[in-house]
Design a protein around this ligand. Structure first.
Ligand code: JD8
Length: 232
């Protein structure tokens, strides 16, 4: 998978080149390219923003640098290999594990990271001529721009690509893959500051352990995330 990121803060993404994704990159499974939007400006001050038509607070990202960036990153691809172009936005569909799964099947993702009050609306229309456009929100809270959302999405997508996570079995047991929260985990010592590990986990009875873990998952989900459970 190829991933292009366009941002006015490309150094935000330095951490992504480490650990998990770092390994995938060196094996060629994941080709991550971070670009500075200002490289597609032509004026002395490398301007990317301007005042909003109609008035109001703050600044809006100008369309021209975005158009030039998308042209360079996208339009010379064969029609069949059109990318998915993702714009993180508080006004988008909420990003879930299902979104991550879906995006992990794509050959080419482009993330456009807005700042200020956002990007001139015509950029989204133009991008729709070049690929499948998705406005995606990390969640219902306010961020200052798309960078943090993009990093979270790339991490969630990247680890689903075969070869990125060492143990493929570990993927199905996780939170949100089976629609339930995870069961609690313990390691040595079996007694720590007067707190002991549940007896069943030391019993060696694998059927009893599996039943206890499933019960814990259901009970935790009922208490903390009832919205994840079916109504019945
Ligand atoms: C992109 C600019 C800031 C947005 C005024 C403060 C995602 N879950 C999420 N919350 N916020 C974002 C997000 C925020 C962004 C941009 C994503 C570009 N801003 C703006 C409009 C109102 N501010 C996000 N994904």
């Amino acid at each position: 998978m190829r991933i292009d990121v366009v941002s006015i803060f490309p150094s935000y993404f330095d951490g992504l080149t480490l650990s998990l994704l770092g390994r995938a990159r060196s094996t060629g499974i994941l080709d991550l390219n971070v670009h500075d939007l200002r490289d597609w400006t032509h004026d002395r001050h490398r301007t990317v923003d301007d005042t909003p038509y109609g008035g109001g607070a703050g600044m809006v990202m100008k369309p021209e640098p975005w158009g030039a960036a998308l042209d360079d990153l996208v339009s010379r691809e064969p029609v069949a290999a059109r990318p998915t172009i993702i714009f993180p936005s508080p006004a988008g569909e909420v990003f879930t594990q299902a979104t991550a799964r879906e995006l992990s099947t794509r050959e080419h993702l482009v993330f456009g990271c807005g700042r200020y009050e956002g990007i001139d609306e015509r950029v989204f229309e133009y991008a729709a001529d070049l690929g499948e456009v998705r406005l995606v929100s990390l969640g219902d809270y306010v961020l200052n721009g798309g960078e943090v959302a993009t990093m979270a999405m790339i991490e969630a997508v990247g680890r689903l690509i075969p070869g990125v996570v060492g143990n493929p079995e570990s993927l199905v047991e996780e939170s949100h893959e089976d629609g339930l929260l995870e069961y609690p985990s313990y390691t040595k010592p079996s007694s720590w500051r007067e707190r002991t590990v549940p007896d069943v986990l030391l019993s060696g009875n694998h059927a009893a352990i599996a039943t206890w873990r499933r019960d814990q998952q259901i009970e935790r989900t009922r208490r903390r995330r009832p919205d994840l459970l079916p109504d019945a």
